[in-house]
Design a protein around this ligand. Structure first.
Ligand SMILES: Cc1cc2nc3c(=O)[nH]c(=O)nc-3n(C[C@H](O)[C@H](O)[C@H](O)COP(=O)(O)OP(=O)(O)OC[C@H]3O[C@@H](n4cnc5c(N)ncnc54)[C@H](O)[C@@H]3O)c2cc1C
Length: 651
């Protein structure tokens, strides 16, 4: 049946017989006759083979030919594009505002005030922007990039203040520290990111703030030999996104430790690892010294510590083993010291267990329930409590210690916090649900990312909440009024939502005198306890980025609706609540790399595994890159590592 269909098909596609009369032609080309003709002359196996070989050759030629043509066209296009990228532009008569060349001095310290920048008069668009509200973003990390991503061009005169000229993709710093990816693949110049908004970069460090005059004091980062200068940058709105530093927990000797926060930290770590291996491979090195040089200690069992330990293990297994004396690999020991019972303790229990099993299989020494008591240049000392309550002290001789045990306030954040008496948080600046710094003039100073924490204290709003909800003004809150109060609390502090699900149960539980209403004392206890149960948002890139994007969108909305606000008797500084809902965090899951394997904690379910999970982990980070340029570089890095291994040169 199948064969008959094929013959009929071939028959209908037979070439036309042009020179015959139409009737003869129709007879000769009738499917029945053609089918009979074909059926009576079966194809020999050899001609069938030849025909197939010809078809295969034809398609191979087409594929090969089109690939060659494609490559030639692509190469030609690249060269052509390249040829057009060389310019020799003449720039003459660029207008510069006199005030930009000679800034006036002022403020409490009589410093130059950069109210106009060098490029503000460059063209009409820049002149227009100079008249717009001045938005100053302090920092160039995840939070800042989130803001820049969502701001509409033309709404603000944007200035970024950052001691670094680039933004860093921090999640891949552990990979960069061992050379799995190169540093260049993790950074993107801030000037390029800000170009869409015609934003400016001041390469400086923020050191102080004069909120009453809206002046930010900065210290410039000067090239070698030049004295750092102090100056003021005026702002209409200021965003503090300076991140954090590592928490010291009062442990002495941390100057002997590496941190992993910046690209220079990653470079220093890489250099030390290679140095240690080179020194260990000298015949003159004693066995004890070799052991010490090849002992790597990571303090902190959170994602950064775990990922760094895993990357060091990969480096030893996959690369150093092949190029250094085998004895070096044999002597390598990796120790991970964690104060809690499990590593990755903020992830699900299954993930912690999976990571611990993997590390045990890899002979990474997991030291849990231990506290580092001191660090010296050649050893780490830690203590552990025995079941009988006695404390035992241990030492690990080492020449590499990474300190990664949580976050603390950056010096600028600390300074801002000191300026505001109502700021009492130890690790970050407290902001309200609209990300406005508590205690700062309303709507002028915001803080996002690691530098900030959203307030969770509901009890501090007790009187305001009672005032809003107590409709009959009897000084007590009945159940209907309690429902109003719950909706007001959710609006003020969205993070309290989860604790306020059981409205009736809460009311009954805290109505201790059972009079069907909550008096001030009962309410105070209720709100205090709910506040205590709210967990602060984690210090992650995810939070910083979402906060930055929220703020970018909101600030653009404020700029767009400025006239509407003014028509309603409000200024831009008072528009936050009127125009935008409070910030809400959406947790998208946490991931971690654990050495040719990865774990995903997606809230309700977890996913963990070997290479497949690792590729998924890479895909997530690849898609999260700031630009196509870094995506391309990252892809090349992973391919290069796969083919040629990590670069072992110490640069
Ligand atoms: C090794 C490592 C791995 C991580 N992995 C993950 C991960 O996988 N997932 C995740 O969600 N989070 C991860 N994090 C956490 C994440 O990087 C931070 O939470 C995030 O960077 C916080 O963003 P931020 O904008 O607040 O600060 P940052 O991104 O740290 O940016 C701070 C910026 O402020 C600048 N700055 C500092 N001081 C000043 C000053 N005085 N004046 C002006 N500028 C200043 C800095 O130069 C920097 O540009 C990781 C962090 C590290 C260190």
């Amino acid at each position: 049946m199948f064969r008959a269909t094929c013959i009929a098909k071939r028959a209908t596609h037979a070439p036309p017989l042009y020179r015959l009369a139409p009737t003869s032609y129709a007879r000769l080309t009738s499917p029945a006759l053609l089918a009979r003709t074909y059926a009576t002359t079966p194809e020999s196996p050899s001609s069938k083979l030849i025909r197939r070989a010809r078809t295969a050759a034809k398609y191979t030629f087409f594929i090969f030919g089109s690939t060659v043509v494609g490559c030639v066209v692509l190469t030609g296009a690249i060269f052509l594009h390249d040829a057009f990228t060389y310019h020799n532009r003449n720039i003459e008569g660029v207008p510069v505002a006199p005030r930009a060349l000679q800034p006036e001095r002022g403020g409490p310290k009589n410093l130059p005030i950069l109210s106009t920048l060098l490029s503000d008069w460059e063209d009409d668009e820049n002149r227009g922007l100079a008249e717009k509200p001045h938005l100053v973003i302090v920092g160039g990390g995840w939070g800042a990039v989130g803001v820049l991503d969502k701001l509409n061009p033309g709404d603000y005169h944007v200035t970024i203040v950052s001691p670094e000229t680039y933004t860093t993709f921090t999640p891949l710093l552990p990979s960069a520290a061992v050379g799995t990816v190169s540093i260049r693949s993790l950074v993107e110049p801030l000037r390029k990111i800000a170009a869409r908004l015609r934003g400016h970069l001041i390469n400086a460090r923020a050191v102080d703030l004069v909120m009453s005059e809206r002046l930010l004091e900065v210290e410039t980062i000067s090239p070698n030999g030049l004295k750092d200068q102090h100056m003021y940058i005026p702002y209409d709105k200021l965003i503090i996104a300076v991140g954090s530093t590592s928490s010291t927990h009062g442990v002495p000797g941390l100057e002997h430790c590496f941190q992993l926060k910046t690209v220079s930290d990653a470079q220093a770590i890489r250099k030390r690892i290679i140095d240690n291996f080179e020194a260990a491979s000298l015949p003159t090195t004693t066995p004890e010294e070799r052991k010490r040089l090849l002992s790597f200690v990571v303090c902190g069992g959170g994602p950064t510590g775990v990922e760094t330990a895993a990357e060091i293990y990969d480096l030893c297994q996959e690369d150093l083993m092949n190029y250094f004396p085998k004895i070096c690999r044999k002597e390598v020991s990796i120790h991970l010291i964690q104060s809690r019972e499990h590593i990755l303790n903020t992830y699900s229990e299954a993930i912690s267990r999976y990571a611990e099993d993997k590390f045990n299989r890899d002979h990474i020494d997991l030291i849990t329930m231990a506290r580092v008591s001191s660090v010296d240049h050649d050893k780490v000392t830690y203590t552990r409590r025995k079941p009988d309550g006695k404390v035992e002290t241990f030492e690990i001789p080492t020449n590499f210690i990474l300190w990664s045990t949580g976050i603390a306030m950056n010096p600028f954040t600390k300074r801002v916090s000191e300026l505001l008496p109502n700021q009492v948080h130890k690790k970050a600046i407290e902001v309200d649900a609209h990300l406005r710094v508590k205690g700062a003039p309303l709507g002028t100073v915001y803080a996002i990312g690691d530098a900030s924490t959203i307030e969770t204290s509901i009890v501090s709003y007790l009187l305001e909440l009672v005032d809003e909800a107590d409709k009959n003004k009897d000084g007590k809150i009945d159940y209907d009024e309690w429902k109003i109060m719950v909706s007001r609390i959710k609006k003020r502090i969205p993070m309290a939502e989860e604790q306020l699900m059981k409205v009736r149960e809460l009311f009954d539980l805290y109505d201790s005198d059972a009079d069907n209403s909550l008096n001030l004392n009962e309410l105070a206890v209720l709100l205090q306890e709910i506040g205590n149960k709210i967990t602060a948002l984690p210090a992650t890139a995810q939070v910083a980025s979402q906060q930055g994007k929220y703020l970018g969108k909101k600030l653009s909305k404020l700029a767009e609706r400025r006239s509407v606000l003014e028509a309603n008797g409000l200024t831009m500084d008072e528009g936050d609540e009127a125009l935008a809902p409070p910030f809400r965090y959406r947790h998208l899951g946490s991931l971690a790399y654990i050495g040719n394997a990865a774990v995903f904690d997606l809230g309700r379910f977890s996913f963990m595994g070997g290479l497949a999970a690792m590729y998924a982990w890479r895909s997530v980070y690849w898609s999260e890159q700031v630009s196509m340029r870094t995506r391309a570089l990252l892809m090349i890095d992973w391919v290069v590592r796969g083919i040629w291994g990590r670069d072992l040169s110490r640069l």
